[in-house]
Design a binder for this molecule. Structure first.
Ligand SMILES: [Fe+2]
Length: 233
């Protein structure tokens, strides 16, 4: 019996179409995540800002450009699970009722089940665990300390820092105040090693001084416009 394999060109084409399919799916998820963020002026642009900050954090910690890019991809869609929330909860300025909070706590699990179609296993776990706390009091799994995947620990700090500095309902903090708050929460809410990287990451963001190898993938992250251009090609 003769084994049959498709010609090399066909295999290349198949691999290319897998890459394109993943890329287009990511574009769709990113667009959905932006729409969800944009429903409330307080969160508009949140995932994009978090992606920039996690790249700077990963870079400050010596992550490779490829892993920083993977983390940025996860950051861009980390809150897509909020699609399960009604608008009155999504945009609520005041404190949540216990029932509403129970719904909000579902969003990382819903998000992970959505993003797994385009992201790898590690990236999906970063999305799933981005609300865990270092002291074990987070959700959805109550992981503690080093049980929390590193990417999720970085997402958690970047997510909270962005919320502190941009949400008007909580009285947006200055950068210095937010930094102080993050250091106060190191070892409780946040991984101490992740908080320790924050000052350097913020300085690099201000100077836009991260290496080209990291800046380039972030700049090339798929957008709806890029997808249309890709479709036209
Ligand atoms: Fe979230």
């Amino acid at each position: 019996m003769i084994d049959w394999f498709p010609p090399i060109e066909a295999r290349r084409t198949e691999a290319n179409s897998r890459v394109m399919l993943r890329w287009r799916t990511l574009v769709g998820l990113r667009t959905l995540a932006r729409q969800i963020d944009g429903k409330d002026p307080a969160t508009n642009g949140h995932c994009e800002r978090v992606a920039r900050l996690v790249v700077a954090l990963a870079d400050s910690l010596g992550w490779s450009a490829r892993d920083a890019e993977r983390l940025a991809e996860a950051a861009l869609v980390h809150d897509v699970g909020k699609v399960c929330l009604p608008d009155d909860i999504l945009c609520k300025a005041g404190p949540l009722t216990p029932e509403e909070y129970a719904l909000v706590r579902m969003h990382p699990g819903v998000g992970a089940s959505i993003v797994q179609v385009a992201l790898d296993q590690d990236q999906t776990r970063w999305v799933l665990h981005h609300h865990e706390r270092w002291d074990g009091g987070g959700y959805p799994a109550g992981l503690a300390g080093r049980e929390i995947p590193a990417g999720a620990a970085l997402l958690s700090v970047a997510d909270a820092y962005d919320a502190m500095t941009t949400r008007p309902e909580s009285g947006a903090l200055s950068k210095g105040e937010a930094l102080e708050e993050c250091f106060d929460e190191a070892g409780q809410q946040f991984a101490p090693w992740a908080v320790a990287a924050l000052p350097l990451a913020l300085r690099r963001m201000e100077r836009r001084a991260w290496p080209r190898a990291v800046a380039q993938p972030l700049a090339m992250m798929p957008t709806a416009a890029a997808a249309e251009a890709g479709g036209a090609a």
